[in-house]
Write a protein that binds this ligand. Structure first.
Ligand SMILES: [Zn+2]
Ligand SMILES: [Zn+2]
Length: 268
């Protein structure tokens, strides 16, 4: 039995004798099937051909697939006042990454913004001592490798204690979640946004898409609801989904201006 991993989105599936017939994550209109057709790998095969980039992204320990695999998200270790959070997940777990995490106090829980970054989350949890994985319950149907370590949280806001708060921003996936860290690595507040919103390439603004690869804009009603839910939170930095894709300084004003820009653009 193998836990197969989709080569295009990087999602790991529950153990099976044969590779799944298709990847519902990639068949969905927010993603796409690889241009050479649906392809699968396994964690062992991936470990033989890939490694992880380990370093610093704007003051935080950061991890990403080193040579192009799946969606290029990066994973961050947040050493918060209420414990260590591993933000997002990757398809490959390596000994070097585990050692790096242990040297920094280990991981108390894993939090993931939305299904595109579930990756090999159960593999990570097990390697870190079966730590809990917090996912918003609205995306429960997208869990492809169920496990006891997965904890679904309900509603729009969840306090993690110690200045950490999860906010369901929706719009991209119904359960799309951002993490607000009141102090943040620079002591001025930080927002970790995943794909909803997404930090734009200019790193001075964000935008809002239902599908990023297929260019489907987010519904204005969803964007307005996101704006209302984020209004109470103060932060100076916003960390995007990939390495270096961050707004460092002035992020709250940049996000607020981006809400106005987007809603003006789509309302004509
Ligand atoms: Zn896939
Ligand atoms: Zn996404």
């Amino acid at each position: 039995m193998n836990s197969f991993i989709c080569e295009t989105c990087g999602t790991q599936y529950a153990p099976s004798e044969r590779a799944p017939a298709s990847c519902p994550m990639c068949d969905d209109d927010r993603q796409y099937v690889g241009w050479n057709g649906q392809r699968w790998t396994t964690h062992d095969a991936l470990a033989a051909t890939h490694t992880l980039q380990i370093g610093d992204d704007a003051g935080l320990p950061a991890f990403a697939m080193s040579n192009g695999f799946g969606i290029p998200q990066r994973m961050l270790l947040l050493r918060t006042e209420s414990g260590n959070i591993l933000w997002e997940s990757l398809s490959l777990v390596t000994d070097a990454a585990l050692q790096c995490l242990r040297e920094r106090g280990g991981v108390d829980r894993i939090v993931i913004s939305h299904p595109h970054f579930y990756a090999s989350m159960v593999e990570w949890s097990e390697a870190l001592g079966k730590v809990p994985i917090l996912l918003n319950s609205a995306d429960r149907a997208w869990v492809r490798r169920p496990a006891r370590c997965i904890e679904h949280w309900h509603g729009d806001v969840l306090s993690l204690g110690g200045g950490g708060t999860l906010v369901r921003t929706g719009g991209h996936f119904p359960g799309s979640t951002v993490l607000h860290w009141a102090s943040g690595p620079r002591g001025r507040g930080a927002l970790f946004v995943g794909d909803s919103p997404q930090v734009a390439s200019d790193r001075r603004s964000v935008s809002f898409m239902y599908s990023y690869p297929n260019y489907i804009p987010m519904r204005p009603a969803d964007v307005r609801a996101m704006r209302d839910r984020l209004a109470p939170f103060d932060y100076d930095d916003a960390y995007g989904y990939s390495w270096g894709r961050n707004i460092i300084g002035g992020a709250r004003a940049a996000v607020n201006a981006s809400f106005d820009r987007y809603l003006a653009a789509v309302s004509g």
